[in-house]
Design a protein around this ligand. Structure first.
Ligand SMILES: C[S@@+](CC[C@H](N)C(=O)[O-])C[C@H]1O[C@@H](n2cnc3c(N)ncnc32)[C@H](O)[C@@H]1O
Length: 326
């Protein structure tokens, strides 16, 4: 199978994501760990009794900063990082040359592992996986009994095709900000997404459900983002205003985001969770065959439809009628 990947891996490290803002990061920490100064990683370390895992696998590791963070916190003894981008792997190798870490270049969708792991880490990786059932099944096989699979990831709508109600709430909140702090809102344009990165949020809508097939979720924390992520990410206006106005706008946005999540559970775009393998499911041959066939049929259909899995959302159809010719 030829891997479907982004033509330019540089897009993954563009500054200006919502969690690059320190107060947003603190709020996300709070939503996950209950404390603004305790990150998902530190919280996970606490929850598993601060043990050190022998061998860890880092999915779609990019430039390798996530595994270096795990080493820094003494959570792992050795690591394997997998990614498709040679350019990012070269950077990861350079920064990790003094660490017991090995990098492999492979398409995660059909990666073959010749060892088992004590820990698997998905940081902003799974939402780039097409064959999510196949990959999670493979990971279940390669995670030891007593091992953990920990994630922090985008779990929002497929290809960021937000529902109308959410986008309207985003629109209203943005318009309630002082004019000079407002985001230039653009509903994600399907053809542009496919051009820039056909793996982006390819099956984010299936991540949690598919995870649950192969892993027992021990803890799940919604990190929100339904309103704040589209308004704060790449908000160039906010970069230009003075710090007082910026802090006030961020506070307003994060307060509204918190309220929206409380009033609309399940609308979170980001989440933290971890689980343990359900090895017993690997013995149910009939069920595995059915899931495999469903997945193959879904991907074959989408390939024939040039990357289209679902009907366009109302907003995609209204705003960009040419993007989805009937
Ligand atoms: C959002 S980045 C996350 C990188 C890293 N986990 C981080 O948090 O910095 C997504 C990563 O997935 C990788 N990727 C995308 N499709 C892939 C595939 N089919 N196989 C392996 N890696 C892939 C990209 O090269 C990129 O490094």
């Amino acid at each position: 199978m030829t891997a479907i990947v982004a033509p330019n891996a540089g897009i993954y490290y563009t500054a200006g994501y919502w969690n690059d803002i320190p107060s947003v990061k603190a709020e996300i920490n709070e939503r996950i760990s209950g404390r603004p100064d305790v990150s998902y990683l530190e919280y996970f370390a606490e929850r598993v009794g601060r043990k050190t895992f022998g061998r860890a696998l880092f999915l779609n590791c990019g430039n390798g900063w996530v595994e270096r963070d795990f080493f820094k916190h003494g959570l792992i003894e050795s690591a394997v990082g997998i990614d498709y981008s040679e350019e990012l792997l070269a950077e990861a190798r350079r920064h990790g040359r003094d660490l017991p870490v090995r990098y492999m270049r492979a398409d995660i969708n059909d990666a073959v592992f010749d060892e088992r792991f004590d820990l698997i880490v998905n940081y902003a990786a799974a939402h780039h996986i097409a064959y999510v059932d196949r990959v999670f099944r493979n990971l279940c096989r390669h995670l030891v009994t007593g091992g953990y699979f920990v994630s922090y990831d985008y779990v929002g709508p497929h290809r960021n095709q937000y529902p109308y109600e959410q986008w309207e709430a985003v629109w209203r909140l943005n318009n309630a900000l002082p004019r000079e702090a407002r985001q230039t809102l653009r509903y994600p344009h399907f053809p542009t997404m496919m051009h820039d990165d056909p793996t982006e949020a390819i099956h984010s809508e299936l991540t949690l459900e598919t995870f649950g097939r192969y892993f027992r979720t021990e803890e799940y924390r919604a990190a929100g983002g339904a309103l704040a992520y589209p308004i704060l990410t790449f908000n160039r206006a906010l970069e230009r205003v003075d710090s007082e106005l910026r802090d006030e706008a961020v506070e307003t946005i994060m307060t509204a985001d918190r309220r929206y999540l409380a009033d609309n559970p399940g609308t979170e775009l980001f989440a933290f969770w971890y689980g343990t393998p359900r090895h017993e499911v690997l013995r149910d041959r009939a069920l595995l065959r059915r899931w495999e066939e469903d997945e193959r049929a879904r991907e074959d259909r989408a390939r024939a439809a040039r990357g289209r899995y679902y009907e366009p959302t109302l907003l995609q159809a209204m705003l960009y009628p040419d993007a989805f010719p009937v």
